[in-house]
Design a binder for this molecule. Structure first.
Ligand SMILES: [Zn+2]
Ligand SMILES: [Zn+2]
Length: 293
């Protein structure tokens, strides 16, 4: 997995459009999607899954079984509601085939619901329009903040008020991180959290004319031209673009970003291209069909 630091946050990731995608935040002990299960992510107990395309979900059983072999606690998989029954059948089949317990916890979650992560953050799904049902996730931090009317009061007075049952603070929620999963560009207009999160991880499968915006949209993905045309909507402090097609070389992706994004946006964008040279070494054998997932 490639190690990148974005806004001071360590992220380990591997993402090539249609082939495999996995993003892991070690500090926050949470990962997003497991396409082919890179070994390091086995150590991550909580995984938020965006959709059931093979390049995002294919490694789930490998993750479960390997944690079992290592006697690590059962993993927790947050999944869209519609995946639950099929996943239960998948795990039953693997239990029989692999002869292992495949212990895990499935947490069905959808837009309007939330799941508390081990670091206290809230994970809230939102709809990402893609070629199959897909949901992104916003991660929100929470902290208590003294209400303005109590500012300047001595500690003794605050303690008395607290004893008298007065509510002294407001809960402040901050959207720290967003992972869009696979999506069309509309997610940017439809979901305020995508525009406002401090760190945004967004897919950008296509970057130049080899695949047109119309073709990209038909495949359910984002084209770099669509990002450039909406540059002013990105209020994020830092943006990681991922899920680039294996048809591009890393230097081509960087050149396209430099040429198409206005400097104010380009300065905040990091492309995840570390895996691309390896993927491109076998690009002749990568059928273009896989780009539609
Ligand atoms: Zn994908
Ligand atoms: Zn997909």
């Amino acid at each position: 997995m490639e190690r990148v630091e974005i806004n001071g946050l360590e992220l380990r990731a591997l993402s090539v459009g249609g082939l495999e995608t996995c993003h892991w935040l070690p500090r926050w002990k949470v990962a997003f999607d497991i396409g082919r299960c890179p070994l390091p992510v086995v150590d991550c107990r909580t995984v938020l899954f965006t959709h059931a395309h093979m390049d995002h979900l294919g490694g789930i059983a490998y993750h479960t079984a390997t944690r079992g072999l290592r006697r690590q606690p059962p993993p927790c998989y947050v999944v869209p509601h519609h995946c639950v029954d099929d996943l239960a059948r998948l795990f039953a089949a693997w239990r029989a085939l692999d002869g292992s317990d495949m212990e895990h916890v499935l947490v069905p979650l959808g837009p309007g619901e939330e799941h508390v992560l081990s670091n206290g953050f809230l994970a809230r799904p939102f709809r990402s329009p893609h070629s199959t049902p897909c949901q992104g996730y916003g991660l929100w931090s929470r902290r208590e903040k003294l209400k303005p009317e109590h500012h300047g009061r001595p500690g003794r007075e605050l303690a008395e008020l607290r004893r008298a049952g007065v509510e002294l603070s407001d809960t402040l929620e901050t959207p720290e991180f967003v992972f869009t999963g696979d999506t069309r560009i509309e997610v940017l207009e439809e979901q305020a959290v995508v525009r406002e999160a401090r760190v945004l991880v967004m897919e950008c499968t296509f970057v130049d004319d080899r695949v047109s915006v119309a073709e990209s949209r038909a495949k359910g993905h984002v084209h770099l031209d669509e990002i450039a045309a909406r540059a002013e909507l990105f209020h994020n402090e830092a943006i990681l673009l991922t899920h680039f097609s294996a048809r591009y070389r890393a230097h081509e992706i960087r050149a396209a970003l430099d040429a198409k994004l206005p400097p104010s946006l380009r300065a905040r964008v990091t492309p995840l291209v570390g895996a691309h040279e390896r993927a491109c070494a076998t690009a002749d054998s990568v059928p273009e069909d896989v780009e539609s997932r």
